[in-house]
Design a binder for this molecule. Sequence first.
Ligand SMILES: [Zn+2]
Length: 56
Amino acid sequence: MSGTCPRCPICNKPSVARLRPFCSRRCADVDLGRWLTEAYVVADEAADASEPDGGG
Ligand SMILES: [Zn+2]
């Protein structure tokens, strides 16, 4: 066999084609939660008070 198989960035195990680049659904969830947590911090700053004025 030639070429290197992608490894799970979470546990470094051989990834599954269906869940690339993760090896399991659990690992995919872990990665998702990671960047979601970071997104929350950014969203806090993005909070802007902008209300659309009602008009006709
Ligand atoms: Zn994994």
